[in-house]
Design a protein around this ligand. Structure first.
Ligand code: G6P
Ligand code: MG
Length: 220
């Protein structure tokens, strides 16, 4: 049977979560707001605008629309500066064998990312052609944990949500997958991603038998 395999991008396929963090840290520092890796977990998976709001809430500050636009631009310019020279080496360990296995099995693959920079990243890393559907921050209006991005991906693959599996490194993304009625697979710290149906510290710990098992599962 066909299942839809929906991948988040940042922190799942590519090692770009660290660049988002560095760029947000600079903004927080400029605003005099303490911003640690712990705080950063709340930003993972959520949109750029929502991320800034979370940082501002953290520092209990308000700003004009103009200031906010400026900080969003600064953050993105800084983030993009880390991406100028990226190539396939940015793909996280263990990801390619899983993508290749899905290709061999002819299982549909989709991207479900909040990022507006998703397409150039997939192009630079040379994997854009592996995706049957791409849904990114330009296609949706609701940030994760809203399930919109994954529901749109399922629709593009012509599959029911319950036939989709989502790979996510963020709390918000796992929640979005669960709300969508999909199988959630956490990639990262199991304590942070405790709401996931399955968890792996990274893709090197996931073998192809796990994928085969998901395909065999009959509906309850
Ligand atoms: C992903 C990342 C977030 C990022 C968001 C928006 O979900 O996990 O850290 O803020 O996308 O990305 P963008 O590239 O559009 O700023
Ligand atoms: Mg992510």
């Amino acid at each position: 049977s066909k299942k839809g395999f929906i991948f988040d991008l940042d922190g799942v396929i590519v090692d770009t979560a660290k660049y988002h963090y560095l760029a947000w840290q600079k903004i927080a520092e400029k605003l005099g707001i303490e911003f640690t890796p712990h705080h950063n977990e709340k930003l993972k998976g959520v949109s750029r605008v929502r991320s800034l709001e979370i940082i501002m809430e953290l520092g209990k500050i308000t700003a004009t629309e103009q200031e906010k636009q400026l900080w969003l631009t600064q953050k993105n310019d800084d983030y993009l500066s880390y991406l100028t020279d990226i190539d396939s080496s940015e793909i996280l360990p263990g990801v390619m064998p899983i993508l290749s296995h899905l290709e061999t099995l002819k299982q549909p693959i989709a991207l479900g990312s909040a990022s507006k920079n998703a397409r150039p990243i997939l192009e630079k890393t040379g994997i854009i052609d592996l995706f049957d559907a791409i849904v990114d921050g330009n296609d949706v209006s609701q940030a994760k944990p809203d399930p919109e991005v994954f529901l749109v991906a399922a629709r593009k693959l012509n599959l029911a949500p319950e036939d989709c599996i989502v790979f996510e490194d963020s709390e918000a993304g796992i929640q979005a997958a669960n709300i969508a009625g999909m199988v959630s697979v956490g990639i990262g710290d199991a304590k942070v991603l405790h709401e996931a149906a399955f968890n792996f510290p990274d893709f090197t710990h996931m073998d192809t038998a796990f994928i085969d098992g998901l395909l065999k599962k009959v509906k309850a």
